[in-house]
Design a protein around this ligand. Structure first.
Ligand code: PEP
Ligand code: MG
Length: 589
């Protein structure tokens, strides 16, 4: 029934998005469409049957054009698979089976399709032969596509549960990324997405290897194929032979012992050889991550991405729950401070619980502090919870995606109202919680001197700052080449922002991914950053670099870099020095 694959040892290249190596069996992840049984009246049966037939024709058309494209791109295996899917779609078992159900049970076309597909795939899955068992997944894939057409839903992305396998899919959404550990997946490879996408950030926090932008992968891989996901080099190897697997296992062991070696040198604060103190903080997404962060040597939490706790649930959390989460973080930190970023919802971070009006360009639309303005009820609930938690440990509040002083003033007014409210209620809390601003838009970066009048501290979110400075969607692998943290334009922007903040006597941290890349440590410290917040596992390498360097040599390198005109020249200069001086810290698995 199926063509033979011939993919053994083939490599599909993409973008390295979360370090590490995962080896396992592939599972193509397509989210199940939720269908509620919908009864129809007898007189609408003919219309419903015709709706079914039209959806089958439209779905077949989608498969045909996909199949033609794959053939044109010489992805022969994928083309053949889709041709087989087309045959399965038009099979009487599906179309006639669904038609009969519509007529006899008087149910909607999608209800009938769901029942038929579930019953066929259950039959396949109960078969002894593993090859035939896997065909159940193909039936499901076709069924899901047909249902999506019937219901007018977009192309599938996402994750259904699987155990001990490697997920592959079109794109990984943040909500799906959060569910990955529960599904037992050990790695993921997606056809689309960027390395600073939120899904990538989540997988890095979870220590799950990820490759994005691996075009053609889904068509080339069959369920059950063995895959190596090399998240450090951005490659996926299909059906590797025994020697290749052994080589990757060896590299995986090497990577673990490198991390152990870098962790071993940890004791006390991090200071340069000439005595400049640098704070190393953790970016976390859940209270449960605090323990691991402290083990890696984090001194505090520099960025708690609060929204990630709440994306994948049917309702947003209330004040009590958010209060408990914040207290859990502070308690686990045992007196060390934590900076809570208020909800950064919108863009591609769409919670299940609330509708966000995305607009034509969601990442330029209602997101983060802009969402807070639109939904003061949700914002105020969070602020109340955070102020209340301030009674139990040193807590700071930080607003994401602020574009200027007016937005900051507005958010601060909400805080002042909450302070008054809590005082009236006789609550115990710290009324002088430090309030800070994330520098993520060029407009904010250019005005830190003004923002400093109303902000206790700053933290630069380089992921978004780069996205907005270069007009390059961080979720789109086609513009990934514009993610160049050493570009002269970004260096200037950073310098302006940092000088403005420091000139006004306000501390400035970096909490974007740039902070956790040891290649950029010298540049950031030389620019005047004294606090770096990153995914905990990058702390040991960054710490090791700082302890072996002087501020003077970092500043000398930056001075040279600032004279150069292209990102290529700056990269050559900086990476050459860093690779020579710190081969262990900069080594990739
Ligand atoms: C950033 O934009 O750099 C940042 C730290 O925030 P996030 O990655 O969550 O958007
Ligand atoms: Mg951001």
């Amino acid at each position: 029934m199926y063509p033979t694959m011939g993919t053994a040892g083939r490599t599909v290249r993409g973008v390295a998005a979360s370090d590490g190596i995962a080896i396992g069996q592939a599972r193509v992840l397509v989210p199940r469409v939720v269908v509620i049984d919908r009864p129809i009246s007898a007189d609408t049966v003919p219309a419903e049957v015709s709706r079914l037939r039209q959806a089958v024709i439209a779905t077949d058309g989608q498969l045909a054009s996909l199949s033609t494209r794959l053939e044109a791109e010489h992805l022969h295996e994928g083309h053949l698979i889709l041709e087989v899917h087309r045959l399965m779609l038009r099979d009487d078992a599906v179309v006639e089976g669904a038609r009969r159900l519509i007529e006899t049970q008087e149910i909607a076309a999608e209800s009938a399709v769901r029942r038929v597909i579930d019953s066929i795939s259950a039959k396949f899955k109960s078969m002894e032969d593993p090859y035939l068992r896997e065909r159940g997944a193909d039936v499901e894939a076709i069924g899901e596509r047909l249902l999506r057409t019937l219901l007018g839903l977009p192309e599938p992305s996402g994750v259904a549960s699987a155990a001990g396998t490697i997920g592959i899919g079109s794109v990984l959404s943040p909500v799906d990324a959060l569910q990955l550990p529960h599904s037992g997946l050990v790695g993921f490879a997606a056809e689309h997405g960027g390395k600073t996408s939120h899904a990538a950030i989540i997988l890095r926090a979870l220590d799950i290897p990820l490759v994005v932008g691996a075009r053609g992968l889904v068509a080339a891989v069959r369920p059950g194929d063995t895959l190596v996901v090399d998240g450090s080099r951005g490659e996926v190897i299909l059906n590797p032979d025994g020697d290749t697997v052994a080589r990757y296992e060896e590299r995986r062991r090497g990577e673990r012992s490198r991390t152990r070696a870098l962790k071993a040198g940890f004791a006390g604060p991090t200071t340069t050889l000439d005595g400049v103190r640098i704070e190393l903080a953790a970016n976390i997404e859940a209270p449960s991550e605090v323990g691991g962060a402290l083990e890696f040597g984090a001194e505090c939490v520099g960025l708690f991405r609060t929204e990630l706790l709440y994306l994948d649930r049917p309702e947003l959390p209330g004040e009590e729950e958010q209060f408990r989460d914040a207290v859990a973080v502070l308690t686990a930190l045992g007196g060390r401070p934590a900076t809570f970023r208020t909800l950064d919802i919108g863009g591609e971070k769409l919670p299940v619980a609330v509708q966000v009006a995305g607009g034509a360009n969601p990442s330029l639309g209602v997101r983060a502090i802009r969402f807070a303005r639109r939904r003061p009820d949700i914002f105020r609930t969070q602020i109340r919870a955070l102020y209340r938690a301030s009674a139990l440990g040193p807590l700071r509040i930080m607003f994401p995606l602020v574009s200027g002083i007016s937005e900051l003033e507005e958010a601060r007014r909400a805080c002042a109202e909450i302070v008054e409210e809590l005082s009236r209620e006789g609550m115990v809390f710290a009324p002088d919680v430090p309030i800070g601003v994330m520098i993520e838009t060029p407009s904010a970066a250019l005005c830190t001197d003004h923002l400093a009048e109303r902000s206790s501290f700053f933290s630069i979110g380089t992921n978004d700052l780069i996205q907005y400075a270069f007009a390059a969607d961080r979720e789109n692998e086609d513009v990934e080449y514009l993610y160049r943290p050493l570009h002269p334009a970004l260096l200037r922007l950073l310098k302006t922002a940092i000088d403005g903040a420091r000139g006004a006597g306000k501390p400035v941290a970096v909490c974007g991914d740039m902070a956790g890349d040891p290649a950029f440590t010298w540049v950031l410290v030389a620019l005047g950053v004294r606090s770096l917040s990153m995914a905990p596992r990058f702390i040991p390498a960054v710490r090791s670099i700082i302890r072996a360097s002087t501020l003077a040599e970092m500043e000398a390198l930056l001075a040279q870099a600032l004279l150069l005109r292209s990102e290529v020249e700056v990269e050559e200069l900086v990476l050459d020095v860093m690779r020579r001086r710190f081969p262990l810290e900069l080594a990739k698995a």
